[in-house]
Write a protein of this length. Sequence first.
Length: 363
Amino acid sequence: MEATVLIRPETPAPARLSPEATRMFLEAGEASAVVAAQLAANAGAIEALAERLRANPPRVVVTCARGSSDHAATFARYLIETRAGVLTSSAGLSVSSVYDASPNLDGALVLAISQSGKSPDLLASVKAAKAAGAYAVALVNVVDSPLAQLADAVIPLHAGPELSVAATKSYIAALAAITQLIAAWRQDDELTQALATLPDALAQAWALDWTPAVERLTPARNLYVLGRGVGFAVALEAALKFKETCGLHAEAFSAAEVLHGPMALVKDGFPVLVFAQNDESRASVDDMATGLRERGADVLIAAPNRTEMGEAGGGVLPTLSSHPVLEPILMIQSFYRMANALSVARGYDPDSPPHLNKVTETL
């Protein structure tokens, strides 16, 4: 008796994810429109808050945030300390949520930054800060969130729904809102005028081709991301995105700190991504990038008007020139497109990183 052989049709292989089809790609690409709407919608509220800050200068500024929002807080720290001269520090959220303690914050300004405005430890920290005498300002995307209801003043991010776990447009919106606030507070006409050009510049930055970075980082296992000043804030953000969307171990350092130990790991071919804006930090960051290359590192650098490394074998990523405060914002916009493509090239789904959720319920 002949055996009956059942031939099952082959299960088709799943279609390869297209970089242009991810939520991360679509949402990050909205940043230009988001910032344009935000700058217009927030102008009145920002000016009112700026008048209050001039009339009642804060003794200190304390930032409350986690994840990408905390990287925006780092941007705020450098901007506030260099432009307003006010000491700025990041709050340890567990001081309130775990240890049930709070320092004396009488006369302090608290900047709480969040996409969702729901994280329990963030809410506990802001509540404790207000009880300790602080004036709380929330930069939040969800305007009816618990954080918005708790704050003394609210600056909406106007980023709209962000469904991808990876924050992109909400991070850029936070940087733009911080910049608009500091420019109004300090009555910085040059920065205010430059901000008006940011939406168009973001659209241009989104179109820049960082494909060489995708090609060189696809096989990578570890890398450093370096920046300084406001550029360090986007280096932190880029390192997080490498980890959460690309499965790539990345560590961010200030370009001034990489010599203090981390340099020991730099060997031939070790990848390094450098952000360098055109401010007082530029010369030192350029020197660091050149030194890393001389040690054999595979250096990719995003820096306006940097061409000499390109003549020596590549590594310069196209970057727009703008006001030095805005250049890191434009760089991270170009980076997001590259990181999304790198995630797909490495076989990941950037919208659904393993083990991560959109709202982190830290207690």
